[in-house]
Ligand binder design. Sequence first.
Ligand code: ASP
Length: 340
Amino acid sequence: MLMQFQKKVLIIYTGGTIGMVETEDGYATKSGYLHRVLGRMSELFHSGMPQWALIEFEHICDSSNISIRDWSAMAHTIKDNYDAYDGFVILHGTDTMAYTASALSFMLEGLGKTVVLTGAQIPIGHARSDARDNLIGSIIIAGEGRVPEVCLYFGKKLLRGNRATKVSADEMEAFASPNFPPLATAAIDIRYIDALVRPRGEKLNVVDFAEDLPIAVLKIFPGIQFKMFENIMTENLKALVIEAFGVGNIPQYDAELLPLISKAADNGTIIVVCTQCLRGKVQLGTYETSSALKRAGAVSGRDLTVEAAVTKLRYLFAKRCSSERIKKYMETDLRGELSE
Ligand code: ASP
C-alpha cells in the first residue's frame, strides 16, 4: 500500500485584522493571540488538512505600517524554510496586501512552491469573521502546491499576487484582479485553471530591495497644478509612476507639465504611465494628450497595477539594471504581471 504523506505548510503571521483584538484605540494586533486561536480550531487539525506550523513576526503590525524590511523578512523566512515545507501562507493586513504580493513575486526569483497571502476583513475572534474560510482555503492551496507563484487568496478566489488590487474597504470580496482571470476558484472543489499558471522555478533566490529608493506616484486630476510637483521632480528622483486618465492621457492646458517631465527624463528619472482605470491598458500615442508623454521618454505601464509598477521598479533597481534596461523591462512581462 502506498503511504500518502501529509503535506507541510508554514504560516507566516505578519499582522492585519485577521489576528486583531478590540482596544480603546480601535483594532490592534496582540502577540501570541492568533496562535492560541488557531490551536483551538479543530478544522485546522482535520485529517484532510496539511500539517502546519506558525511563525509570528516580532513586530506584527497593521499592514499600513509594512516596510521594505518586512518584505525582506518574509522572503528570507520562506527561503530559510524552503526545503522543510511544501508551501507557504502569509497572514497579512488587507490594506497593503497587494503591494506585498507584488513585491514578493519579484523578490522570490525561481520560485517553485506556492506562496499564498491572505487575511480577513473581520478579526478571527468574531462570529461572522471571513478569517476561517480564507485561512483554511489558503492552507489547502499552499499544501497542494499546484500554483508555484505568489498568490492572494480572498473571498474564494485565488488571484495572481502581482495582478491583485484591493477594491473594497468593507466587503468580504475585497480583492480583484481586473486584467487577469483568477488562477483558481473555490467551490465544492478548488477549480484551478492550470493553463494560466506560470512554470515552476528551479532554484529560489531572494532579491532584496533597497529601503531608500526615491520613487513617487503622481495621480492626475482635472485642475492639477503641475508646478506643485517641481520640488520633488529633481535629479534625486529615480522613478515616477504617473496614474493618467484612460489609455494614458494627461491634461494639455498646463504648460508646466511637459517641460517638467522632459526635464525629469533628462535627469534620468524613469517615467512609467499607468492608468487610473481598473481595467484595460495604457496605449501611449493613441490621443494627442498622451503623444507628448511618449515624446518626453515616458514608458507605458500597459496593464500593470500601480502596486505592481512600484514594486517592479524597486526590483529592477535592486538588480542594478541600466536606465535603458529598466525602461525595456517595464514594458516586458517578467512574472505574469503584465499583458504584452
Ligand atoms: N488595517 C488593516 C491592515 O491592513 C486592514 C485589514 O487587515 O483588513 O492591517
